[in-house]
Ligand binder design. Structure first.
Ligand code: GAF
Length: 410
């Protein structure tokens, strides 16, 4: 199912009943319920979240499902229908962050990290001293992995959402996202921002989510593409370049260094109108050219998010196309996080009549998004697939990004 024009495998073939049944087969008893949390694409606002800036993701119909039952013996048992290795059994009291540079423990580190973060925050029953809360969890995901579509955030958020409800913790969705980010930063050891977890926890059907990553205020922005005869395609290049992980931390460090040099809390505090003066000041301060390009990306990208919102608010959805493409150029030339495959998607799609296109997510492979007239979707997809063939790349997976619901019980 991983070549050509893929339908996207957004629906779990046998639904929550199948996931519950698989849970029963693995653990020998029925789950208390089944929860879902989606993957995401980001419409605009890349590498702005950890600069306290703006992002605008939307949830995909692709979800991670979790069948879950609580335990009262402090034991955590996790099992994945998508990964080999059987049941991983851990004691909640023994959970500890992985050593820097060490083995991150594979997929199980994500749900384990969430349980650790809940315990660390004193939210798990018994987590004060005698930790008694535990859980059995079985996961099945349709979020493509390694495709920059936030399969890990979906895994984290579905875990937190299920435990929140099972233990009656009363944690609001945005706080769930923060706990999941804490798990990923401190337990798994990935220095991500807050966007992906927020998208998975807080998105709603038919909307893109505008998030201010500083004060965490949100706005659901109507984004009903079908009603306007438009389509947003996801093009999963199916490549993941090795330098990705280190480069993310490196870009983040460059942004933080520049903010410190400028004496601001984060690059969010550099007004777009003062960009040129700021870049000149950074040069005077001895800041290298690459770092100055990183700053230019972040400041112009925040402005592009505002521009996209203004255009959507004005009901002018088609006009966001060139803003998306400008965002790609900035990711490619200033932030330097694109790659040949992503550039090829954007160039080919635009040449074939798309309204705009850009890479989405962290970069160095993964996925691009393409905004097209519904009538042109087939032709544009075909052009991209053919261009990949001609360039000797593996065929991409192409499917529509239908703005879908955030985490929920099924
Ligand atoms: C990854 C991170 F997890 C996000 O926090 C964000 O920084 C994104 O890359 C880039 O916009 O998905």
């Amino acid at each position: 199912h991983d070549t050509g024009h893929d339908a996207g495998h957004d629906t779990h073939e046998h639904g929550p009943e199948r996931t519950a049944e698989a849970f029963r087969e693995v653990f020998g008893h029925a789950p208390a319920g089944v929860w879902a949390a989606p993957g995401r694409v980001n419409l605009i606002g890349e590498h702005t979240d950890y600069n306290d800036g703006f992002v605008m993701p939307l949830a995909l119909p692709h979800t991670c499902l979790a069948a879950v039952s609580p335990r009262s013996d402090g034991v955590l048992r996790v099992h994945s229908g998508d990964a080999p290795g059987g049941v991983v059994e851990l004691r909640v009291a023994d959970l500890a962050p992985f050593e820097a540079g060490g083995d991150r423990g594979g997929w199980a580190a994500y749900p384990a990290g969430v349980v650790w973060a809940l315990a660390e925050a004193g939210l798990l029953p018994g987590s004060g001293g005698d930790r008694t809360a535990g859980a059995d969890l079985h996961f099945e995901s349709t979020v493509p992995t390694g495709a920059g579509l936030s399969s890990s955030a979906a895994l984290e958020v579905v875990t937190a959402t299920a435990l929140n409800e099972l233990y009656g913790l009363g944690i609001a969705p945005q706080r769930i996202a923060q706990l999941c980010q804490r798990a990923e930063n401190a337990f798994v050891g990935v220095p991500c921002g807050i966007m992906d977890q927020t998208a998975s926890a807080c998105c709603t059907e038919g909307h893109a989510l505008f998030l201010d990553a500083r004060d965490l205020t949100q706005r659901q922005v109507p984004f009903d593409l079908a009603a306007e005869g438009l389509r947003l395609l996801v093009v999963d290049t199916q490549v993941k370049h090795e330098l990705g992980d280190g480069a993310y931390a490196n870009r983040r460090a460059a942004c933080e260094t520049a903010a410190r040099a400028l004496g601001v809390r984060a690059l969010r505090d550099v007004p777009f109108e003062e960009l040129d003066a700021t870049l000149a000041e950074l040069e005077r301060l001895g800041c290298d050219a690459a770092t100055r390009r990183r700053v230019r990306h972040v400041v112009t990208e925040d402005r592009r998010v505002e521009e996209v919102i203004e255009r959507l608010d004005a009901g002018d959805t088609r006009s966001i196309g060139p803003v998306l493409t400008a965002g790609h150029a900035s990711c490619r030339d200033d932030f330097e996080i694109s790659c040949a495959e992503l550039d090829l998607v954007v160039e080919t799609a635009n040449a074939a009549g798309a309204l705009g296109a850009r890479m989405t997510g962290g970069g160095f492979g993964g996925s691009a998004i393409v905004l097209v007239e519904e009538a042109d979707a087939e032709a544009v997809s075909k052009s991209v697939t053919e261009a990949f063939g001609a360039a000797g790349h593996r065929a991409p997976r192409i499917f529509p990004a239908v703005p879908s619901a955030g985490a929920r019980r099924l």
